[in-house]
Design a protein around this ligand. Structure first.
Ligand code: MLT
Length: 360
């Protein structure tokens, strides 16, 4: 499923969403309406900019709508972060930014689409930690994350939380572990497919506990959380950008946060270490990319706008409410991003290989 929503320079991307099933439905309807008002893009989501500019000179860039491709469903954590930073970036760049959700195969469908797009700066990928796990998870990955993209800069690093549906029996991590073990054939674990952060966290949970979970894959944890709120799946591990508000309002059961220390937005939530599964430790970093071969001037223009967006007061306070923060400015550079991507590929490869998980 694909959706686009325009963010005009100086416009409002919309406040981060609380995930009730009703709110998500309203948001999808709103997205469809705004799409109708966007005249700059073509139906396939391409920019409408002069393709002859691609890979050549960056002169005048940008002078047309830019598409930010999000590899998971609308209303989920990647979408939320993207819309937050797209707003000040659109203002800074002076053009409209359209967010396009291209779901599928744990984020790899979107990444392949952007890898094959014109390197003209009008198609930008927002991706997360999945950019570093996909090369190990997908033996036939149709792109190389380090060769086929130009990194623009890191954006944020988001803690994950282990949560349960409102009527799921366990109330604590200790109870969760005992309950899952006793009911292993019935319990369901939601994730966003192989390559998603929620899948990686589940893999760490399985390795730490020796339990083999029954996974229910979704196009993103936005729709997964909607089903969890409706008691249609039992538990999941998801980013605070998607779960913090529902944990604070006690709309879900919350068991642990996957950071070494408790976090300010959820001070009562124990860490996985406190819960006895300290190896379930992961934060979900996000970054922007353009297709490989994009001119340096385009990379620089997007990076400058990103650096401004990460200092935007609305971005900082919204991310704080959602349990995270923008990365420091010296990490939001193309070089720091490239180094981080490479080191994360190396970090996760042996862990995934040992778990024996592949998409093949
Ligand atoms: C999403 O945006 O739906 C998530 O980032 C999915 C995930 O990686 O778990």
């Amino acid at each position: 499923m694909r959706q686009s929503q325009g963010i005009e320079p100086g416009g409002r991307a919309g406040a981060p969403r609380t995930h009730t099933r009703y709110r998500a439905a309203a948001m999808l309807a709103a997205g469809a309406l705004i799409l109708g008002a966007c005249t700059g893009g073509s139906s396939d989501g391409s920019s409408g900019a002069d393709a002859s500019a691609g890979g050549g000179e960056a002169g005048g860039y940008p002078d047309a709508q830019i598409t930010f491709v999000v590899p998971f469903a609308a209303g989920g954590p990647t979408d939320t972060v993207t819309r937050l930073i797209a707003e000040p970036m659109a203002t800074e760049l002076g053009v409209e930014i359209v967010v396009q959700n291209v779901e599928g195969a744990g984020g790899t469908v979107a990444a392949e689409q952007v890898a094959n797009a014109e390197p003209d700066g009008y198609t930008v990928l927002m991706h997360h930690i999945g950019m570093s796990t996909a090369p190990t998870l997908y033996p036939d990955l149709p792109y190389d994350p380090t060769e086929d993209f130009e990194p623009i800069g890191l954006v944020t690093e988001v803690p994950m939380t282990i949560i349960g549906s409102p009527n799921f029996e366990p109330n604590t991590m200790e109870e969760l572990l005992a309950y899952v073990e006793e009911n292993i054939d019935e319990v369901t674990y939601a994730n966003a497919g192989i390559g998603a952060a929620s899948q990686l966290c589940g893999l760490l949970f399985e390795t730490a506990t020796g339990l083999d979970l029954t996974e229910v894959p979704y196009d993103g944890t936005g729709p997964a959380l909607d089903d969890l709120l409706g008691d249609q799946v039992d538990f999941m591990c998801d980013q605070t950008t998607n779960t913090a508000e529902n944990i604070q309002s006690e709309a879900v059961k919350a068991y642990a946060v996957t950071t070494p220390e408790r976090i300010e937005a959820l001070p009562d939530l124990p860490t996985t270490e406190e819960g006895g599964i300290g190896d379930v430790a992961v934060t979900v970093w996000h970054g922007l990319y353009v297709p490989g071969g994009a001119p340096q001037e385009i990379v620089d223009a997007l990076n400058s706008a990103l650096l401004v967006a990460l200092q935007d007061e609305n971005v900082i306070s919204s991310l704080a409410d959602l349990g995270t923060a923008p990365v420091e400015q010296d990490r939001a550079t193309p070089d720091a991003h490239a180094e981080h991507l490479q080191s994360q590929i190396e970090l996760w490869r042996p862990i995934i290989e040992e778990a024996g998980v592949t998409a093949g």
